[in-house]
Design a protein around this ligand. Structure first.
Ligand code: SF4
Ligand code: SF4
Length: 459
C-alpha cells in the first residue's frame, strides 16, 4: 500500500512503524474471510482491509477521526485472525493499537462512553475493586430485565444496553480469593526449576482455581512457583482501551518486579494462564522499545514469558501412580482455541497434544478461527456483536457433543459459559486432574442469568 507520510511525520518512531506496516499490505483482501466482524456485518469498513485504510487516512492526515471511523475501529475485536490469514505479514496488532491510542488522544467520545471506559479501565485491573463491583452487581441484577435489550447489530449500543450486558456477565457467586503476592510454593521432590506465575487481575477474582491448578501441576513435577509481590495487572485491559499511559506504567512496574525476583531467586520462566495477558507481556519488549531505561529488561521479560502449556510441553507430565489412577478415555473435550493463544501467540496444537497425551478425547471446534466475542471488554462495549459471536461459537461447540469445554483464557471461559450448560474449564484444570489434582468444577453458577442476556438477540 502506498503511503504519503511526510519526513517530519516519519521522524516519529510510531509513525515510522505504522508506515512499515501499511506498506506491507497489498490489499489482497484474504483477511476479510476470517474477520468475525466482516463475517457478521458484511461491511468492508468492518474488515481488516477497510480498517487499515481508515487508520492510514487518520494517521496521514493528522485529523481527529470522525464518529464513523471510530465506530468501525471500536468494532474490531483485536482477535488477530487477520494476522494469521495475511500472506504479507501485516502486523495489524501494532497498527490497531496505535489507532486506538490516537483515537483516545484526539476524539471526544460522548460523556457516558468516556465515563464507562474510565470505570472499566479503573475497576477491572484492580482485584479488590473488581470484587466489590461484582458484589454490587449481584444486588443490581434483578434490575437488568428493566434495561433495554439489543436494538440490532447495526445500531450503536447505548449505555443502558451495556449496563445490561455487564450485569449478565456478573457471576452469581464469587470464590474465596487465592494466595496473594509473595507466596512461594515449594517443589515436591528434587527441584527441577523455578518460575513466576502471573496472578492476573480479573482471573484471580473470578476463578482463582485456575492458578491453583497450575501450582498443583507445577509443584507436583518439581517446579517451585512464586507469586511475585508488587506485580500488577499486565496492562492488557487498558492497552486495548487505548489508555497507553496506564498500560505502559503497569508494564514498567511488572518488568521491575519480575527483574528483581529473577535477580533474587532466579526465574526460568514467567508463566501465564490467561492468554490475553500472555500476548501483551510477550509484547513488552516492543511496547517499551523506545524507553532507554526499560527496553533491555522488557525484552528479557518478554523472552521469559510463556503460556503455561508451552512450559508444560517441556516437562514429562506424569499421571498419578497407584490403583486409583483415573482414566479419561470416555471424557470428550471440545478445545476452544482462544484468539490470543492461536492468533496472538501462534500456539495451536500444544494444548490439544497435552490433553490427548493425558488421556482425554479432544475434539476441534468448527470455525475455530472465529472469536467467541469476549475480547477483553468487548462483550461489554459491543454486547450485540459479542453475543452473536458467542451464540455461533456455542452452536459450533455443541456440534461435537463434548462432556467439557477447555480454553486457555478466562475471558473466553466466562463468555462461553454464559451461553451453555456444558462445563467450561481451563486446560490446566484438566491437566491438574489428569496428574492427581481434583476434578474441575463447572461455571454453571453463571449460566442462568447470562442465558437471559443471550435471549436479547433472539427476541
Ligand atoms: S490479507 Fe494482509 S495484505 Fe491482504 S488485505 Fe489483508 S492485511 Fe492487507
Ligand atoms: S483483529 Fe479480528 S476483528 Fe479486528 S480486523 Fe482483524 S480479524 Fe477483524
Amino acid at each position: 500500500m502506498k503511503t504519503e507520510f511526510s519526513l517530519a511525520q516519519l521522524a516519529d518512531p510510531d509513525i515510522a512503524e505504522a508506515d512499515k506496516i501499511l506498506r506491507a499490505c497489498v490489499h489482497c483482501g484474504f483477511c476479510t474471510a476470517t474477520c468475525p466482524t466482516y463475517v457478521l456485518l458484511g461491511d468492508e469498513l468492518d474488515s481488516p482491509r477497510g480498517r487499515i485504510y481508515l487508520i492510514k487516512e487518520m494517521l496521514e492526515k493528522e485529523r481527529p477521526p470522525t464518529a464513523e471511523v471510530v465506530k468501525h475501529i471500536d468494532r474490531c475485536l483485536s482477535c488477530l485472525a487477520c494476522m494469521t490469514t495475511c500472506p504479507s505479514g501485516v502486523n495489524y496488532m501494532h497498527l490497531v493499537d496505535q489507532a486506538r491510542v490516537r483515537i483516545e488522544e484526539t476524539y471526544s467520545r460522548p460523556l457516558s462512553e468516556r465515563l464507562l471506559r474510565t470505570v472499566l479501565g479503573r475497576i477491572l485491573p484492580a482485584p479488590k475493586l473488581f470484587r466489590l463491583s461484582l458484589r454490587l452487581a449481584r444486588f443490581a441484577a434483578p434490575l437488568s430485565a428493566l434495561l433495554p435489550a439489543s436494538a440490532g447489530l447495526s445500531t450503536a449500543p447505548t449505555l443502558l444496553r451495556r449496563a445490561r450486558a455487564m450485569l449478565a456477565l456478573a457471576p452469581d457467586r464469587l470464590p474465596a480469593p487465592g494466595p496473594g503476592g509473595g507466596s512461594v510454593f515449594a517443589a515436591q521432590g528434587p527441584r527441577r526449576g523455578r518460575v513466576a506465575l502471573l496472578q492476573g487481575c480479573a482471573q484471580q477474582v473470578l476463578a482463582p482455581r485456575i492458578n491453583q491448578a497450575a501450582i498443583g501441576v507445577l509443584t507436583r513435577h518439581g517446579i517451585e512457583v512464586v507469586l511475585v509481590r508488587d506485580e500488577q495487572c499486565c496492562g492488557a485491559l487498558t492497552h486495548h482501551l487505548g489508555h497507553d499511559d496506564d498500560a505502559l506504567a503497569r508494564a514498567r512496574a511488572n518488568v521491575t518486579a519480575w527483574t528483581a525476583e529473577a535477580e533474587r531467586g532466579g526465574l526460568d520462566a514467567i508463566l501465564v494462564t490467561t492468554s490475553g495477558c500472555g500476548t501483551v507481556i510477550k509484547d513488552y519488549g516492543y511496547l517499551l522499545r523506545e524507553d532507554r531505561d526499560f527496553a533491555g529488561a522488557a525484552a528479557h521479560v518478554s523472552a521469559l514469558a510463556k503460556d503455561i502449556t508451552e512450559y508444560l510441553a517441556g516437562l514429562e507430565l506424569r499421571p498419578p501412580s497407584g490403583p486409583s489412577q483415573q482414566r479419561f478415555g470416555d471424557v470428550t473435550i471440545a478445545y476452544h482455541s482462544a484468539c490470543s493463544l492461536q492468533h496472538g501467540q501462534k500456539i495451536t496444537t500444544l494444548p490439544k497434544e497435552l490433553l490427548s497425551k493425558s488421556g482425554f478425547v479432544v475434539k476441534d471446534v468448527p470455525e475455530s478461527h472465529l472469536c467467541c466475542g469476549s475480547a477483553g471488554t468487548y462483550n461489554i462495549l459491543q454486547p450485540d456483536i459479542a453475543t452473536r459471536l458467542r451464540d455461533r461459537k456455542v452452536a459450533n461447540i455443541a456440534s461435537v457433543e463434548p462432556d467439557m469445554i477447555a480454553a486457555g483464557n478466562i475471558g473466553c471461559i466466562m463468555q462461553i459459559a454464559s451461553g451453555t450448560s456444558v462445563p467450561v474449564v481451563h486446560t490446566i484444570e484438566l491437566l491438574d486432574w489428569a496428574t492427581g489434582g481434583p476434578k474441575p468444577g463447572s461455571n454453571r453458577s453463571n449460566v442462568s442469568r447470562a442465558q437471559a442476556g443471550a435471549d436479547d438477540l433472539n427476541a
